[in-house]
Design a protein around this ligand. Structure first.
Ligand SMILES: [Zn+2]
Length: 212
């Protein structure tokens, strides 16, 4: 992938994810593989609204070294791990999207997916074991939760990581994951209370309250 083109793709993905409400302000990070040795990733602590394509950072997969003076996302290790483990993956999107983060707070595996969701996400979406953001432990847990051909994983008490052969696929996976998690929460609520929640707030609050 040519660098200028890659910068445009990652930049546009940031705007698209913000437009969908899947990331807010600086929350989350996005990357695209450049070749077998490196990837392009959003910088650390920058707002999407003011980010320029030229401020995206080239990071080496093997040692996490980066080009230029702008610091890459602190989750660069997780992105590198996925590119190293999964040659089929060329785009990684890490979000704190709302529905997925709620299920991640419950540390549940997302099951009972609709046919449309399962086509993109597989039979289920695993939740990676809890680890602090930016740690080696999180890198390993995320990698393990995305084994085989899986396209999405939850990160316990944190958020989600979605991957794809293209940025477009990773984006569609993030959208599908949000829909699948919303259904998953709604079904748990309905099982518990025998009715549908009136509002998303009610649904989320009750869902988290019923957890062991
Ligand atoms: Zn995060």
């Amino acid at each position: 992938m040519e660098l200028t083109q890659a910068r445009d793709i990652v930049y546009q993905a940031g705007l698209d994810l913000a437009g969908e409400g899947l990331v807010a302000r600086t929350w989350g990070n996005i990357s695209l593989r450049l070749d077998s040795r490196s990837f392009l990733i959003t910088p650390s602590g920058r707002r999407y609204e003011t980010l320029k394509p030229s401020e995206l950072v080239v990071v080496t997969i093997e040692d996490l070294s980066h080009e230029g003076s702008i610091k890459p996302s602190s989750e660069k290790g997780m992105h590198a791990e996925i590119y190293a483990l999964r040659p089929d993956i060329n785009a990684v999107v890490h979000t704190h999207q709302r529905q997925a983060s709620t299920v991640a707070a419950a540390r549940k595996e997302v099951t009972g997916l609709s046919e449309a969701h399962a086509r993109l996400l597989g039979e289920s979406v695993r939740c990676a074991a809890y680890a602090l953001p930016g740690t080696k432990k999180l890198v390993k847990a995320a990698g393990a939760a995305l084994d085989g051909e899986r396209k999405a994983a939850l990160l316990a008490n944190h958020g989600a990581v979605c991957v794809g052969g293209t940025m477009e696929e990773a984006f569609r996976v993030a959208q599908a994951l949000e829909g699948a998690c919303e259904s998953f929460i709604a079904e748990a609520f309905a099982r518990r209370y025998g009715t549908r929640a009136h509002t998303m707030e009610e649904m989320h609050a009750c869902y988290l309250k019923t957890l062991p």
